[in-house]
Design a protein around this ligand. Structure first.
Ligand code: ADP
Ligand code: MG
Length: 397
């Protein structure tokens, strides 16, 4: 362990006096915008049942929560079946720059999802003043950026089945993860299983209850077609101000756009105010596209507008206009290389991976890809539907 990491780990030990009685910090394994994650050995793992969940008592006992004897803890493990003891744990120190509500939200959602297969369980959490640490079982995994190149179709199938299994449970709980991407799905190729982590941006469905988006109206499909054909006959002209209808009394839109660039669903970019669990399914599609196309990251635009342009170069302007109109937005571009029609997924996968022909199983995967990267969220596959796809149910070898 290098010097700066050692120093950082010492600091954590200083912040939580007594932490070393229970955990031996091994290394720093993740450093993100909202947290730092350390690998640690649970020294009392033989002694204490660390599959106990004391969230809920954490506030009352925050200072000694991690050290309190089992008898003081509320047992929930029995309610959701077997949980293994974890000798190694991941300590996720959530930065104080995260709002307390956000931190509470992450821990609460993880608590709700305890016992869900392929979702990383929360062992416990503790807090001293504004410092919060979540304790999760350590899950050995490989680095996607190294792994994806070597993936055969069978590996893609295992990877996706595990990810979709996790999302199926998460979505059943009416929770949107919002940040589905390889670094938040820890995959272990030996086990052929992964665990979903990082519920830092997750939310309950319908949490932001603003005015519902146009796409929730029954007749939206018809209306969006009319709108989109209106806009193609009457393209906005002149400067930006000519770009939208006159007498537009709508207040400027505010929608949750949290997520990671390259993985945001079209309705997130179009600021849909009625986003659903389908936004996660789009991101799964982006991962599959990365695997099939053998390019990571596949999309790499810095902002939402560029992201729409990337999408338009695949889907073509016609479908992008319809998608935008569905959410009450207008899509226009004068970039000459972006055609009206777009390309088929099969063609894109071949181009991207530089192969002439796709095997039977790659074709199945490509059809699954089409169902996931569907612009219209109401037509996009759910996790449950995706798991029933031919790619999983009738694999060809
Ligand atoms: P952030 O909000 O900072 O992205 P994450 O929860 O995604 O935090 O964790 C960051 C990184 O730490 C992950 O990408 C992963 O490499 C590592 N990590 C997180 N949880 C675990 C775990 N339970 N086991 C092993 N590694 C983990
Ligand atoms: Mg993360």
């Amino acid at each position: 362990v290098d010097e700066s990491v050692r120093e950082d780990m010492n600091k954590l030990e200083d912040t939580f006096p007594g932490i070393s009685d229970r955990f031996r910090l091994v290394n720093r394994i993740g450093e993100g915008t909202f947290s730092t994650v350390y690998k640690a050995e649970d020294l009392l793992y033989d002694h204490y049942d660390n599959d106990w969940d004391i969230f809920g008592q954490a506030q009352a006992q925050e200072q000694e929560a991690w050290a309190s004897p089992p008898s003081k803890r509320r047992r929930v493990a029995g309610a959701h079946g077997r949980q293994r003891k974890a000798r190694y744990v991941a300590l996720k120190k959530i930065y104080v720059t995260s709002s307390p509500i956000r931190i509470q939200n992450e821990l609460e959602l993880l608590h709700d999802l305890r016992g869900c297969r392929s979702v990383c369980p929360l062992i416990t959490a503790f807090r001293i003043q504004d410092q919060v640490v979540a304790v999760l079982p350590y899950f050995p995994h490989t680095d996607f950026r190294i792994q994806y190149r070597t993936f055969m179709v069978a590996d893609m199938r295992h990877y996706l089945r595990s990810l979709l299994t996790a999302l199926h449970s998460v979505h059943e709980h009416d929770i949107l993860h919002r940040d589905i991407k390889p670094t938040n799905f820890l995959y272990n190729p030996d086990l052929k299983e992964g665990v979903l982590v990082d519920f830092g941006l997750a939310e309950r469905h319908g949490a932001e209850y603003a005015s519902p988006c146009l796409c929730t109206h029954q007749s939206y499909v018809r209306r969006s077609r009319i709108l989109s054909s209106y806009y193609s006959k009457n393209p906005p002209s002149g400067g930006l101000s000519g770009g939208y209808p006159k007498n537009d009394s709508r207040s400027s839109r505010r929608a949750n756009r949290a997520g990671t660039r390259g993985f945001r669903a079209p309705e997130v970019l179009f600021k849909c105010t009625s986003q659903t669990t389908k936004i996660d399914m789009w991101s799964v599609g982006v991962i599959l596209l990365t695997l099939l196309g053998r390019r990571f990251p596949f999309f790499n635009s810095a902002d939402d507008i560029d992201a729409m342009i990337e999408m338009a170069s695949i889907f073509g302007t016609r479908r992008m206009k319809t998608a935008a109109a569905m959410h009450g937005q207008i899509f226009e571009t004068n970039i000459p290389t972006i055609g009206e029609k777009g390309y088929s997924w099969e063609k894109l996968v071949k181009w991207s991976s530089c192969v002439e022909d796709l095997t039977e199983s790659e074709q199945q995967a490509t059809r699954l890809l089409a169902g996931l990267m569907e612009l219209d969220p109401t037509k996009r596959l759910s996790a449950e539907e995706a798991l029933q796809h031919e790619f999983f149910t009738s694999p060809v070898h």
